[in-house]
Design a protein around this ligand. Structure first.
Ligand code: AHM
Ligand code: MG
Length: 324
């Protein structure tokens, strides 16, 4: 028989914490929202949901109609659940908070509702990324939101591709599920996934190469020279999709600092941290160029970071080259 993501998380929680089921209900809010988002995306060309919404978000990026739709779906499906104390979204300047006592509202969910949304109009993969934090017993909610990534209690993403795939971890391995549209459930397709120790691809926006610090150019040149192995280049421009390939096939993804964006482009809380948690759980590594992503103490919810993630061998070589 099939194992759904809901059943899987219940088993996991029973093994780890003998938890009350609160956590699986929380995850249920996420899976429901992502199924709503996937249904909208699947038929996007048939309804009037492609294109720009006409506003810019807090990042100064033009919001797509589907960004707004995806954000609303997550706010709607999660906001109604008692265990949620706050929701932090790429699309909202401030956290959305709920007036729930700390013994009830125990969790904070941080998300990028529709990652890679510039790809949506051309029918290329997009995704949803999420990270779950536990509300701290002391201090205000803001302090609970700004926890370093190693404190995440769960993280995951959904990639809306030829099939819709959900990948998550609660710190006990990385598991993957495929949406079976005939039953409307995410069904277990891989358990305890491991990223290959090295891989055949590097993935980066090479159009930025002239703007990178020299070490990153040296690194990519090294991969291209053949001395460290044989590499091919892949870059989708949807982080979730580029990461998903890296998880399955190995290799390295890089978004280094540029002259225009010296602090990097990708966001620490809802892009880098959740994927870093998954990568490490699968035997991979994630770095901001100077250290481990999961150790960074966040200072702001929309903080950006240089972000490099991938297989052990490629990431170790990167650290060596950058240290020279
Ligand atoms: P988004 O969350 O607004 O879609 O932006 C993040 C995206 C990532 O998915 C992707 O890795 C990156 O931006 C691509 O950036 P660029 O077009 O500069 O290569
Ligand atoms: Mg994004």
């Amino acid at each position: 028989m099939v194992v759904t993501v809901q059943q899987h998380i219940q088993q996991q929680q029973a093994d780890i914490t003998a938890a009350s089921g609160t956590f699986s209900l929380l995850l249920g809010g996420i899976t429901l929202a992502t199924k709503i988002i996937e249904a909208k995306i699947r038929t996007a060309g048939l309804s009037d949901v492609l294109g720009a919404f006409g506003q810019t978000n807090v990042q100064g990026e033009a919001q797509q109609k589907l960004d707004v739709f995806a954000n609303n779906a997550l706010l709607h499906c999660l906001g109604a659940r008692d265990m949620v104390a706050a929701l932090v979204s790429e699309e909202d300047e401030e956290p959305v908070t709920f007036d729930r006592s700390p013994d009830k509202g125990k969790y904070i969910v941080v998300f990028d509702p529709l990652d890679g949304s510039s790809n949506i109009d051309v029918n290329v993969n997009v995704g949803t990324i999420f990270s779950i934090l536990k509300r701290q017993p002391e201090g205000d909610l803001q302090a609970s939101v700004l926890q370093p990534g190693y404190k995440q209690v769960a993280a995951g993403y959904v990639v809306y591709g030829p099939s819709t795939v959900l990948v998550y971890t609660t710190g006990n391995g990385v598991h993957s599920f495929t949406l079976d549209p005939t039953i409307g459930a995410f069904v277990l397709t891989a358990e305890k996934m491991q990223m290959p120790k090295h891989g055949p691809y590097y993935s980066t926006n090479e159009a930025n190469a002239e703007e990178w610090p020299a070490g990153y150019r040296t690194y990519i040149d090294t991969l291209r020279s053949g001395t460290a192995g044989t590499y091919s280049s892949r870059y989708i421009g949807s982080l979730v999709a580029d990461f998903h390939r890296t998880l399955l096939k190995g290799g390295v993804f890089l978004y280094p600092p540029t002259k225009k964006q010296p602090k990097g482009k990708l966001r620490l809380l809802y892009e880098a941290n959740p994927l870093a948690f998954i990568a490490e759980q699968a035997g991979g590594m994630a770095s901001n160029g100077t250290g481990r992503v999961l150790d960074i103490q966040p200072e702001a919810i929309h903080q950006r970071t240089p972000f490099m993630i991938g297989s052990e061998r490629e990431m170790t070589l990167l650290a060596e080259v950058l240290a020279r």
